[in-house]
Design a protein. Sequence first.
Length: 405
Amino acid sequence: MLNVDLIAVAVAVLLPWSTSGVGIGMAIWFLAHLAVVEWRPFLRSLLRPICMLPIALVALAAIGTLWSDAPWNARSYALSPTTKLLFLPFLLYHFERSTRGMWVFVGFLVSCALLVPVSWLVLLEPSFTLKLEDAERGIFVKNYIDQSQEFVLCTVVLAFPIITLLREGKIRQALLLTAVAASFILNMAFVIVSRTALVTLPIMLAVFAMMHLRWRTNVLLLIAAVALGALTWTLSPQLQTTIDRFSREYHTYKESNQPTSVGLRLEFWEKSLRFFAEAPVIGHGTGSTRRLFEAAATGPAALAQAWVIGNPHNQTLNVAVQWGVVGVVILYAMWFFHFSMFRGEGLVAWIGLMVVLQNVFSSLFNSHLFDFHEGWMYVLGVGVAGGMVLRARFGAAESSGTGLA
């Protein structure tokens, strides 16, 4: 059990830095887990909706290859991103029995905290980056979207222990965690941040305020946040540029049909809704998205209407185009049951809640459940935190005499 836990910690530490390391690490974790799993209780655990629904989504993607008209290599390529969801039942089962789940989250937090000074170093000396082509400013590995997702999650999760420590009078520990959270925010404000993070961070902080703070405190924090935001806006050219790009890209797309980031998303979403309307029940099949965009492409290659893509940059539309209403119902049911699992008090429930909430909101602008980095953030976060929450509930039920033998 200890070795299996340590492998999970290693994967969490590697997640901000490596793609292949995470894939290899999870394969090793799975093989190690097979040595300690008790198959009868594990198979019983699969009957729970939190386990059945991820499996159902993967099964639908596999069956969806049968009615797709895409080449088989495209079908298997589209199926592959869904398979990471099959790890969720194993993680939930394991961390129901392990007492070291918090090690995984601490490892991820420390790893992200170490990435902050490295990001500043790359900003000052771009030659230190490992990005060989099109390196983003301040990005050592991965990309600015992945880095922003990590920093946003760590920032919001830290808000809970900071408030808890302040209420307990543990000022030094609270200040230490506040400094760590501030390092993430400063990096996003003055180095680089994704526009998805700019949307999701305020929403997640608002949820925290509504759940854990009094209304008077919320009013004061709102005033402070507006003042701090205005100051940051004034001092940060990077933040000004990122926000200003929203309107500039929209007007460029509308006026001259140029393929800007905002414009392309609007184009992808409009076409995806048409594809969905053509096959609303079970969709066009796994891997069909690119062929549909190829058939719908019009005009010169330099214009937005001619762009072809296999991912509409919206999780719901990604599912709807391939598997119709059936797929969307399974996706939303999975999110709902995972979200409901974390309706409780405590740090672990807060971590799980924020993992699900971040994935849901960021998936409005990306297919983050199927993307490698954000998808593994979801699987690890929900799997580990969910197992810990279930373990705590089972222990509470046993102590009250209502637990099942």
